[in-house]
Ligand binder design. Structure first.
Ligand code: AP5
Ligand code: MG
Length: 216
């Protein structure tokens, strides 16, 4: 399957993407994780991306699209992929459509995770991610690691993302409403959108997502 995951910051896109990708046996492609990996390797792309991410703004389309395209063209993504955090505005959605058209492939679904603002703010405030791999995500109360400050998956150090400060979260939410939400209508016009509630325990949300995707 080829799926796009969309939803506000903190809705649980990364959390669900890891589980769905495993169940559906497709790679989880997160542009946020790819940027963070570049930041930790101190690449030129990482340095550029960091300034935008720390302010809560989108990284420019040109570099983002090139990075996503490069990742989607790797051999493990031939049979399908789960995109998390890309596309994030209508221009990126158009670029993705062009890319898919060139390859003669189509998206199967756009899974829209809905969560109220007060909940996403709580989820972000308690989030801790692994320094070795930011796809390993925890929460101090909702899904605490076995040992405080240590990643259960790989033993890496857990930290709070630089863009998880209160003021940056406010900007990220605004950017989501003004720039990202319009892609939901863009994809609705293509009949691809399935909307589910992201509220409740992680397992329940995963079950809901799989059920919604099975109709696609
Ligand atoms: P990105 O990394 O994509 O961040 P985001 O969209 O703001 O989303 P988050 O990762 O904050 O939230 P999430 O929905 O993944 O939630 P999570 O599963 O972690 O992007 C960061 C930045 O990179 C952007 O601001 C931008 O600058 C740049 N960028 C990335 N892509 C770009 C693009 N395409 N174009 C331009 N710029 C781009 O969960 C959150 C917390 O809640 C965790 O602690 C988790 O344990 C907990 N939780 C999850 N589910 C539940 C549940 N059901 N119940 C209770 N707690 C839960
Ligand atoms: Mg994420």
């Amino acid at each position: 399957m080829r799926i796009v995951l969309v939803g506000p910051p903190g809705a649980g896109k990364g959390t669900q993407a890891t589980r769905l990708a495993e169940k559906l046996r497709i790679p989880h492609i997160s542009t946020g994780d790819l940027f963070r990996a570049n930041i930790s390797r101190q690449t030129e792309l990482g340095k550029l991306a960091k300034s935008y991410m720390d302010a809560g703004n989108l990284v420019p389309d040109e570099v983002t699209i090139a990075m996503a395209k490069d990742r989607m063209e790797q051999s493990d993504a031939e049979g399908g992929f789960l995109l998390d955090g890309f596309p994030r505005n209508v221009s990126q959605a158009g670029a993705l459509d062009e890319l898919l058209q060139t390859e003669g492939i189509k998206l199967d679904a756009v899974l829209d995770l809905e969560a109220p603002e007060d909940e996403v703010v709580k989820r972000i405030a308690g989030r801790r991610v692994c320094r070795k791999d930011s796809a390993h995500v925890f929460h101090v109360t909702y899904s605490p690691p076995k040992q405080e400050g240590v990643c259960d998956v790989c033993g890496g150090e857990l930290y709070q993302r630089d863009d998880d400060s209160e003021s940056t979260v406010r900007t990220r939410l605004e950017v989501y409403h003004t720039q990202t939400e319009p892609i939901i209508d863009y994809y609705r016009a293509q009949g691809l959108v399935v909307t589910i509630s992201a509220m409740g325990p992680v397992d329940e949300v995963t079950a809901r997502a799989l059920e919604a995707l099975s109709g696609k």
